[in-house]
Design a protein around this ligand. Structure first.
Ligand SMILES: [Cu+2]
Length: 110
């Protein structure tokens, strides 16, 4: 009798624990700790519309944390989770916008 009751309490407690774990996992997914920063040379951008269009296009990809684009200097700096998205995917998005992209370097997020 007592054991049964204890099992039921344990089961309910486990559910709370699982719920708590799920919330924690959701938070850590947002703030990726293994993020990297890739710099791409982007040719073909002529104005602020080009850079903001590219920014939106790349942000559509899963795993993008941040992106800075400069049409004057012709580059894009992208912070992302390498487990979710690759430089190849980002280059595809750059080409989709009609620009020419080239990966320059990839570093760990500072
Ligand atoms: Cu433009």
């Amino acid at each position: 009798m007592n054991t049964k009751r204890f099992t039921a309490i344990l089961a309910i407690f486990s559910l709370f624990l699982l719920g708590g774990t799920a919330v924690v996992a959701g938070d850590s997914a947002k703030a990726t700790t293994n993020a990297v920063v890739s710099t791409f040379e982007v040719n073909g951008m002529t104005c602020g519309g080009c850079s903001s269009g590219l920014r939106l296009q790349v942000k559509k990809l899963d795993g993008i944390e941040d992106i800075k684009v400069s049409h004057e200097d012709g580059y894009a700096t992208v912070t992302y989770d390498p487990d979710k998205v690759s430089p190849k995917d980002i280059l595809k998005a750059i080409e989709k916008m009609g620009f020419e992209g080239k990966l320059q370097k990839t570093e760990d997020k500072a």
